[in-house]
Design a protein around this ligand. Structure first.
Ligand code: HEM
Ligand SMILES: *[C@@H]1O[C@H](CO)[C@@H](O)[C@H](O)[C@H]1NC(C)=O
Ligand SMILES: *[C@@H]1O[C@H](CO)[C@@H](O)[C@H](O)[C@H]1NC(C)=O
Length: 550
């Protein structure tokens, strides 16, 4: 794929390469031509929408492609160059607030300025998810998943679900996190058992990877953490043993793995992008699409069965006089129990709850797995006490944000204030920016997390101790001044869940094993698990040398 072609035609064709190389049933050239035409027409009004004077005046990088604007300047960079920032650091340092070039001559507003971020994240009436993002997410979570709802349709279920993720509910789940963490520890320990050649246990291990050398063994840690995270969502989320870690046969887990494998390949991620932009493509029987459909069918089937069973148990309990019954402490049981006592306007249907199950799976499994693999460093061995563990986890989530960016679109004209004015293209200071209705807003989560203005000159250095002192510059982040779980009314509802989970797994694993990077593979890839523009969940690998601690 030409990376910097000046030929518009080549640019138009580039992202479609993935489609062209997939086993299509329809005519490829016809689909390409239609898609290019539709995209062009679809974006026409946005291209024409007048920029406000302040937006036009915002600085930013030059356009490098007439079709992709700046997208290709940073999308793959974020994962390929080893940094996790969502935009190149040079850009955000030079222009803390700026304007990027989007697809087909459109413009994108971005900012790392806390006042601007606060305005954007607090006001979910004006700053909504664009339909492209909603389509992309909706493929996997269904139309009623919390993450794809906007406005009043979002407020009701969010309010109903908030207590389900509150501190008391999460405390109840911690014993389940421990059970699974011990299972994971025992699995790692079994790799070192001489009676066990480890072949069946380490499915993806190849060649000398199977061998324990000098007490150390190569393990794709990411893979096991991903299975761990899936099992946690299964058991703690909806009391279903996905059994990924212990390799029991599970129709659901098989479908999940197939879907992740399909989506994890780069060209498949580009496909997912295309599906999101042009929903009509969803009908195309390409491999990734077939896998996603199979996964969705399995998730809906499992979800329905779970909700129906629990409902029946609740009804039986009610009939026997025990109003709430003993259902389990998982998230879905809590939702069903609270549904019994909620106002009619806050009640949820079976299908709505099934879509929440799909949302937890999508939003909670891979993200947390990526976060847990953020740092397998020895520092924690010297850690005494839970305060250091807290700081350590904050620092992991700061340096390696699993969701590296997100986007919004203005549904009305709005003025975005800046705490620090930027010098405009005409040399005057821009103190606030008027965004016209329909403007795309890029939220560079990972860049804000390593911003020197917020975290000081050593912002990109891993240093848990920095969290011992209150940062002077406050972001709207819901957790630890980080943007990792964003903030405002659309913050990550599962943040306490995932922090508790990460702490438990680190606590258990780092007391039994040490993890070292491979000397011969310094360029190992870490990726954000979800990044708008990079598509849906990635399947990174993270081979590390594991050693049993005495
Ligand atoms: C380290 C792990 C996680 C990270 C980094 C993370 C990050 C995020 C981010 C950035 C958003 C906002 C997306 C946007 O609005 O553009 C979000 C939303 C959400 N997350 Fe998480 N998440 C994590 C774990 C979880 C878990 C474990 C669950 C559930 C069990 C979960 C459930 C959700 C839901 C339901 C939303 C949508 C909330 C709403 O729109 O009201 N997340 N998450
Ligand atoms: C929630 O409660 C309402 C009213 O009792 C009921 O109609 C609905 O089926 C319940 N939802 C679920 C998923 O049980
Ligand atoms: C969101 O912005 C709009 C337009 O500026 C404004 O009318 C509204 O009051 C704001 N809402 C909140 C919650 O800040």
């Amino acid at each position: 794929m030409p990376s910097n072609s000046s030929l518009p035609l080549a640019d138009v064709l580039a992202p479609l390469w993935a489609v062209a190389s997939a086993p299509l049933v329809v005519s490829v050239p016809a689909a390409l031509a239609l898609l290019a035409l539709l995209t062009w027409a679809y974006l026409y009004p946005r291209r024409r929408a007048a920029l406000s004077a302040s937006m036009a005046n915002l600085p930013g990088p030059d356009r490098t492609s007439p079709v992709f604007g700046n997208w290709r300047d940073f999308l793959d960079k974020a994962s390929d160059d080893g940094t996790d920032s969502s935009l190149p650091l040079e850009w955000t340092e030079k222009w803390p607030t700026g304007r990027l070039h989007g697809f087909f001559g459109t413009h994108i507003f971005y900012s790392t300025d806390p006042a601007a971020l606060s305005c954007i994240l607090q006001n979910d009436t004006v700053f909504q998810k664009p339909s492209r993002l909603l389509n992309l997410l909706g493929i996997l979570v269904g139309g009623q998943g919390l993450i794809v709802l906007e406005g009043d349709a979002h407020r009701r279920p969010r309010k109903a679900m908030n207590p389900t993720f509150g501190p008391p509910a999460i405390r109840e789940l911690v014993p389940l996190f421990y059970d699974k963490a011990f299972e994971l520890r025992d699995k790692f320990a079994s790799f070192f058992d001489p009676a066990n050649d480890g072949v069946a246990l380490a499915r993806r291990a190849e060649g000398d990877d199977k061998v324990v050398v000098g007490g150390r063994r190569k393990v794709d840690v990411q893979k096991f953490l991903a299975e761990f995270a899936l099992d946690i969502i299964g058991t703690a989320g909806f009391n279903h043993d996905t059994a990924a870690l212990n390799d029991s046969p599970s129709e659901f887990t098989d479908a999940w793995r197939a879907m992740q494998d399909a989506l994890g390949q780069k060209e498949k991620r580009e496909l997912a992008q295309l599906f999101a932009m042009m929903p009509v493509l969803e009908k195309l029987p390409v491999e990734a699409q077939v896998k996603m459909t199979a996964y969705n069918d399995a998730a809906v089937k499992v979800g329905r069965r779970l909700v129906e069973n629990k409902k029946a148990a609740l009804e039986a309990a009610a009939a026997s006089g025990d109003a709430k019954g003993e259902l389990g402490r998982d998230l879905v049981s809590l939702l069903l129990k609270s549904n019994l006592s909620s106002k009619p306007s806050e009640q949820m249907s079976t299908d709505e709850i099934v879509d929440q199950i799909r949302t937890f799976l999508f939003a909670g499994a891979e993200t947390t797995a990526v976060a847990m693999s953020g740092r397998g460093q020895p520092e924690l061995r010297h850690a005494n006490g839970l305060t250091y563990l807290e700081y350590f986890v904050r620092e992991i989530l700061r340096i390696h944000s699993p969701v590296s960016n997100t986007i919004r679109k203005t549904v009305a004209d709005v003025v975005v204030p800046l705490s620090k004015p930027v010098t405009g293209r005409d040399g005057t200071l821009v103190e606030s920016v008027v965004l016209r209705k329909g403007t795309t807003v890029f939220i560079p989560i990972a860049s804000v997390n390593v911003d020197k203005k917020i975290w000081g000159p050593d912002a990109s250095v891993f240093n848990p101790d920095r969290h011992a002192t209150e940062p002077t510059v406050k972001t709207p982040g819901i957790y630890a001044n980080l943007l990792t779980f964003i903030g405002g009314p659309r913050n990550c509802i599962g943040y306490r869940f995932s922090i508790a989970e990460i702490k438990v797994v680190l606590f258990v694993l780092l007391r039994s094993f040490s993890f070292e990077t491979l000397p011969q593979r310094p360029e190992q890839r870490r990726m954000p698990s979800y990044s708008y523009g990079q598509g849906l969940p990635l399947v990174p690998e993270m081979p590390l040398l594991v050693r049993v601690l005495e």
